[in-house]
Design a binder for this molecule. Structure first.
Ligand SMILES: Nc1ncnc2c1ncn2[C@@H]1O[C@H](COP(=O)(O)OP(=O)(O)OP(=O)(O)O)[C@@H](O)[C@H]1O
Length: 256
């Protein structure tokens, strides 16, 4: 099983411990929401898992393979997929060209094609079909020939998720995936996450402030507070726990 595990994962910035010995195990087929107040360490924990930040102490492993010493790109190749790593969309290429490149890059290992936009596509219907299907799934098919630079922000965010899907990682990490999206865009992304979840083979981590989204999507919730893991369990149970009511939802002991 490709279990993602963090052990005693820690980072210090000067004297401040932003993530403090967080030990957690994430199973394929499970969507775990990571919640906590502003500054709790959620994004920093993500950065330590995906390799954007180097841990002061502790370990990250996937399927038993120690990733702790690896760069972010090596972790991506090992199966860790994070939407924000792909903000390097190619703005001067079209939507379709961006997705094609990502599909092609994902296939590079098996086909040794490299990143060449022009030499490949006419005779690889399978990859074209996959790019088409991904575009349809994020409702961007009607914009496939537009330059990415001309897309509204919400569409660019959708495209990031499309590129992540094209890479087909084992672990999907979403950090507030619908932030800044309008009422029409957000459901498309949430639906996509629902479908990834239905697949049952992927490990999904979601940092999310919107509790209605967390309630609907999460199989499990972990709570960070001051960099420490303070609760972990079934959504209803965790949301009802005094530590969450007080620390996260801002309800005082008396009111809870
Ligand atoms: N590169 C850095 N240098 C110094 N301090 C940092 C750095 N990155 C994060 N921090 C600090 O670590 C703590 C955790 O920040 P982080 O962004 O992970 O919180 P968060 O839970 O994701 O918050 P939010 O919900 O507001 O996004 C904060 O106190 C933040 O100021």
């Amino acid at each position: 099983m490709s279990r993602l595990v963090t052990e005693e994962l820690t980072i210090r910035f000067g004297g401040h411990v932003a993530v403090n010995a967080v030990g957690c195990s994430f199973e394929p087929g499970t969507l775990t929401a990571i919640v906590g107040p502003n500054g709790a360490g959620k994004t920093t924990y993500f950065n330590l898992i995906s390799g954007q930040l180097k841990a002061s102490a502790g370990r990250v492993s996937l399927g038993g393979r120690d990733l702790t010493g690896l760069s972010a790109s090596a972790r991506t190749r090992a199966g860790l997929g994070r939407a924000f790593q792909l903000t390097n969309l190619f703005p001067r290429l079209t939507v379709l060209e961006n997705v094609r490149l990502a599909v092609q890059a994902a296939n590079e290992g098996s086909h040794r094609r490299g990143l060449n936009l022009w030499s490949v596509w006419s005779d690889h219907a399978d990859l074209l079909e996959r790019a088409d299907a991904i575009l349809a799934s994020i409702a961007l098919k009607d914009k496939e020939h537009e330059l990415v630079a001309n897309l509204p922000h919400g569409d660019q965010r959708k495209l990031e998720v499309a590129l992540l899907m094209a890479l087909d990682p084992q672990v999907f990490m979403f950090d507030e995936p619908t932030a800044g999206m309008n009422a029409a865009e957000a459901p498309v992304i949430l639906d996509l996450i629902r479908r990834l979840k239905a697949d049952k083979s992927k490990t999904i981590l979601l940092v999310e402030h919107k509790m209605d989204v967390v309630r609907e999507l999460a199989d499990r919730i972990i709570v960070l507070h001051n960099g420490t893991l303070v609760a972990d369990g079934e959504p209803a149970e965790v949301i009802a726990s005094p530590v969450v009511q007080e620390a996260y939802l801002g309800v005082s002991k008396e009111a809870a």
